[in-house]
Write a protein that binds this ligand. Structure first.
Ligand code: PMP
Length: 360
């Protein structure tokens, strides 16, 4: 077995002990004589997997009892529509703070169902910063305020939870969920696709305050009405069983690491290692305002883009993959989610230094 150091933005690297457990369980889960892929979601075996995973998630993320946890499908992109459908609650519209391409997509989708207002945007700054909270133009009558705490493409992250008063805060945490302790009670709703920090693609996690559900617009597809999903324990129809099971193993792995505080400290160290190096020289650079730099996705460019292809080729030869930047910003991007070990980041930094010695 020759596992690479995988910097993919998502689907992304998973913890090795989780994959080993999956391999062990693959043909026969826990003496049931079947794979999780072959079980009915109504079987007692799968019911126990589902209940146990929610229990561990609630513990590690300290989710208060007045929040529902929904295990849905359709990715974060489906939630861009489901949030206005479920949360507008008869109000005219919602406020969006746009700090990257994903927030922009969420805003656009909301516009189909209500008034989608831009309360603040950093587009004029090419999404290299989080607009200062004092400058946001929030509407007190908005149904909610939507933010993207980590913009995966641009590598900008909120390092605080903004106060939006009595208007519920809705957060697309697709690329930074469970990367550090979560203050769930400061949000009305948190959502994210699983394929970065949680598990395999195909599962979307929604954590929503109870009083916000039960008001879906009449046109909402039944299977996407949060209240119906909650009342049926995310089994209104067949859920994404296998992805749910693997996600449960990831929650257990986080627990075994010491929980979100320990994981968060490790993530901070990983990010610091890379940013400190980026700031110490001028062959590579990162355009994001220092206070708003992401711990999860680190975009960087080479001073001479003609060397990009050679840099990437060399990184593959050195056992790394997934460093090509998103086409919207070019250059490179290292995604260093929870499952990326500190040694992986150290290997990258060593390779970057070596490349400067050869080509700088
Ligand atoms: N939001 C963010 C912040 C993302 O990073 C992504 C995926 N990269 C999405 C939304 C879209 O997610 P999905 O593919 O699960 O719909």
């Amino acid at each position: 077995m020759n596992r690479i150091i995988n910097f993919s933005a998502g689907p992304a690297t998973l913890p090795l002990p989780v994959l080993e457990q999956v391999r062990q369980d693959l043909l026969d889960w826990n003496g049931s004589g079947m794979s999780v892929m072959e079980m009915s979601h109504r079987d007692k075996e799968f019911m126990s997997i589902a209940q146990e995973s929610e229990k561990i998630l609630r513990r590690i993320a300290e989710i208060p009892d007045n929040y529902k946890v929904l295990f849905m499908q359709g990715g974060a992109t489906a939630q861009f529509a489901l949030i206005p459908l479920n949360l507008l609650r008869g109000k005219a519209g919602a406020d969006y703070v746009v700090t990257g391409d994903w927030g922009k997509k969420a805003l656009k989708e909301c516009g189909k169902y209500g008034k989608a207002r831009v309360a603040a945007s950093s587009e004029a700054d090419k999404f290299t910063l989080i607009p200062d909270r004092t400058g946001w133009a929030l509407d007190p009558d908005a149904a909610y305020v939507h933010i993207t705490p980590n913009e995966t493409i641009h590598g900008v992250e909120f390092h605080y939870v903004p106060d939006t008063g009595s208007v519920p805060l809705v957060a697309d945490m697709s690329s930074n969920i469970l990367s550090r302790p979560l203050e769930v009670s400061k949000y009305g709703l948190i959502y994210g696709g699983a394929q970065k920090n949680i598990g395999p693609a195909g599962l979307t996690l929604v954590i929503v305050r109870e009083d916000l559900i039960g008001h879906a617009a009449p046109v909402t597809p039944g299977v996407f009405d949060y209240k119906a999903v909650a009342d049926n324990e995310s089994m209104l129809n067949t859920p994404s069983c296998f992805a749910w099971y693997v996600s449960g193993l990831v929650f257990k792995w986080i627990d075994s690491q010491g929980g979100l505080a320990v994981v968060g400290e490790r993530n901070a160290r990983k990010a610091a290692l890379l940013y400190d190096y980026l700031d110490s020289q001028d062959f590579y650079s990162n355009p994001v305002a220092r206070k708003d730099r992401s711990w999860m996705n680190v975009p960087f460019t080479l001073a001479n883009p003609d060397l990009d292809a050679e840099f990437l080729k060399g990184s593959v030869a050195a056992g790394m993959r997934g460093l090509k930047g998103h086409r919207a910003v070019g250059g490179m991007r290292a995604s260093i989610y929870n499952a990326m070990p500190e040694t992986g980041v150290a290997t990258l930094v060593e390779y970057m230094k070596e490349f400067v010695r050869m080509r700088g």
